[in-house]
Write a protein that binds this ligand. Structure first.
Ligand code: AHR
Length: 633
């Protein structure tokens, strides 16, 4: 669409010493829009990886609440308490659970206990439990007792280091049949910390069975079973247009019987069996299909639903034809759950689950990364899904996860995990893509430099790549960075190089995160004709124009270790109103980064420049991403 000339142009330079780097020239013709910018270019991709939901966005504080891990029923994260002379034990009872979905429980047997020697068990949370002062924590559990004589159950939040009780309550008696119990723990004055755990204790002998033990802090918009406030706020700041879910490899599972089965992730928690995930830890499925959709609703994102398409990661596939029919029906049911009115079967189930209003859905992705399927079955699987879905939902745009033969997909999902250098050399990737072919969705991409979250060098690679996607956003209609989240605690990460990091108490955005915000919140609706001439092979730009506000947005990425002077010529512009806004993200080195202990070391800085005019010169700092917003009214 537009050429960058790498030949050095020896133009007249202003008398500023900017080290040995030739002056670049950017020429823009503001009267010549060459294409439209996709209004849904930047969105989010999410899946259960790096403790993204359990131990991340999903605000549940209890870890292993149904005593189930990828390796089977387990007491992981639960510890016995025997205070004073108390004698007790905990074990897994595989024969008794609160529901058809949860068929086992923690069995707690107390041989001896009294007022001075209580017995119990505790949960250590996801690397601790974050507590704040004067805050209510709402909990629940399912339990039964062998006899009411075991007495009241005391529930406490306790500091790991001091033993100080942050909050306490009691459940007076337990029934001998499975029943749900709700409780609230309200903290008083305390310093915020993650060094806390949840305790249950009794003062009399007896036996108790427990399962689905839950505790929630206040959540985003106070939604029951909701999301962590700080992480939702970080996502809201990105103003994402869509959410691609539920994966990723998480959609596929390692094996067909470990795929994402959406029907097992809806309704009351006690009816959700939980499932193993390919990222080596168990998923509570507390953040299930309806919770994904509500997450979209909360952040005004459109859902981009990926449906399981008959391939799982250990080279297991479902043969196209009759074998695939039940999987296609599952996808049709899923789409009906999302979009159907309450008079449809699955729309009525959604209403029963608490959301009568249907969700708007435009895009459905069929599978994930099916180029890994060495059997070559995707051509047939995609075609079969495509025909069945289009027949019932002709307006849906159906995304293929790789190029397919025999049928033309509406959209193709491309993935790029690369180094900054690879992105620098491939910013013209989509310049010559066939405009009459399928649209492109860059559904996963990232510069993988830095860990657990990416560093400034990665942000430069990301920003360079984004200039290329913006310049081609008539064909690249959507893009989402991945992975989105990482729990930075030891063992929390399965995939280095993530966008947003957190522990139980705090969270932060990587430099890449701030680059994303800058690019998405400064984006016009038209791509203008422009030409960048430079000898700097690490200089990249994007030029868009907001036709409603008449603002010109110039984005520059100077990934060089030297400053870069740019002459800017704006053809068709007579004057620039007021001062231009300049937003800068920069660092001293490419390794400089943000972290839990230094969360805002690299953040965008907003200033202004006074010399913006139809022709002016601007100097980009070394290692910088800059956005100039010019008011052309
Ligand atoms: O983003 C991490 C993984 O990378 C995704 O699950 C998968 O789709 C890709 O291979």
């Amino acid at each position: 669409m537009r050429l960058i000339h790498l030949a050095t142009l020896l133009l007249v330079t202003a008398p500023i010493v900017v080290a040995a780097q030739g002056v670049a020239t950017l020429t823009v013709d503001t009267s010549k829009p060459v294409a439209k910018v996709s209004p849904e270019l930047y969105g989010l991709m999410t899946e259960e990886i790096n403790y993204s939901y359990d131990g991340g966005l999903y605000a549940e504080l209890v870890n292993n609440r149904t005593f189930q891990t990828n390796r089977g029923p387990s007491l992981e994260h639960w510890t016995l308490i025997e205070n004073g002379n108390a004698r007790a034990s905990i074990s897994i009872d595989k024969t008794s659970g609160p529901s058809v979905a949860i068929t086992h429980s923690l069995k707690f047997t107390v041989e001896s206990a009294d007022a001075n020697s209580d017995a119990g068990f505790l949960n250590t949370g996801f690397w601790g439990m974050a507590l704040h002062a004067s805050t209510p924590y709402h909990g629940s559990f399912y339990a039964k007792a062998d006899s009411p004589t075991i007495g009241a159950v005391t529930i406490r939040l306790v500091n790991d280091n001091t033993g100080a009780i942050a909050a306490s309550t009691t459940v007076p008696t337990l029934s001998t049949a499975w029943q749900k119990y709700d409780f609230t723990l309200k903290t008083g004055a305390l310093a915020s910390s993650a060094d806390n755990h949840l305790e249950f204790s009794v003062q009399h002998p007896g036996t108790v069975w427990l399962s689905l033990v839950s505790l929630f802090p206040p959540t985003y918009k106070n939604t029951p079973n909701g999301n962590r406030v700080d992480l939702m706020q970080k996502l809201a700041a990105m103003k994402p247009a869509f959410l691609r879910f539920p994966g990723g490899n998480y959609l596929e599972g390692d094996h067909i019987n470990e795929r994402y089965e959406w029907k097992k992730t809806i309704g009351p928690m006690v009816d959700r069996p939980t499932h193993p995930s390919p990222w080596h830890y168990h998923s509570s499925d507390g953040l299930g299909l309806l919770e994904f959709l509500k997450w979209c609703e909360d952040l005004h994102m459109q859902p981009l639903l990926a449906v399981y398409a008959g391939y799982s990661m250990r080279q297991e596939h479902v043969t196209p034809g009759p074998d695939l029919v039940p999987y296609i029906q599952d996808a049709l049911d899923e789409i009906e759950y999302v979009t159907g009115s309450t008079s449809t079967k699955w729309g009525a189930v959604r209403a029963k689950d608490g959301h009568p209003e249907p969700f708007h859905l435009s895009y459905v992705e069929i599978g994930n990364e099916d180029w890994f399927d060495k059997s070559g079955s995707y051509d047939g699987r995609y075609a079969q899904f495509y025909k069945a879905i289009k027949q019932k939902y002709p307006d849906l745009q159906l995304i293929a996860t790789t190029r397919v033969k025999g049928i033309r997909p509406d959209v193709i999902d491309d993935h790029f995990y690369r180094s900054a250098a690879q992105f620098f050399s491939d910013v013209h990737h989509y310049d010559s893509t066939d405009r009459n072919g399928p649209k492109i969705f860059v559904g996963e991409w990232a510069t993988r430099e830095g860990s657990p979250t990416t560093n400034f060098g990665a942000a430069l690679g990301d920003a360079a790549w984004m200039t290329g996607m913006e310049r081609n956003s008539d064909i690249v209609v959507m893009a989402s960075y991945a992975p989105l989240f990482v729990n930075t605690n030891p063992g929390g990460m399965q995939w280095p190089g993530d966008l947003i990091g957190y522990d139980a108490l705090n969270s932060y955005g990587s430099p890449s995160y701030y680059a994303q915000i800058m690019f998405n919140t400064h984006l016009g609706d038209q791509i203008l004709e422009s030409k960048l001439e430079t000898s700097n092979t690490r200089l990249f730009d994007s030029v868009t124009f907001n036709s409603k506000t008449h603002h010109l947005i110039l984005k520059f990425v100077n990934a060089s270790s030297l400053p870069q002077q740019v002459h800017i010529n704006l053809a068709g512009v007579t004057h620039v109103r007021g001062q231009a806004t300049l937003t800068t993200l920069s660092a001293k080195t490419t390794l400089e980064t943000n972290s839990i202990s230094d969360p805002t070391r690299i953040v965008p800085v907003v200033t202004s420049i006074a010399n913006a005019a139809s022709t002016f010169t601007h100097t980009l700092p070394r290692y910088s991403i800059q956005i100039l917003d010019l008011d052309l009214n």
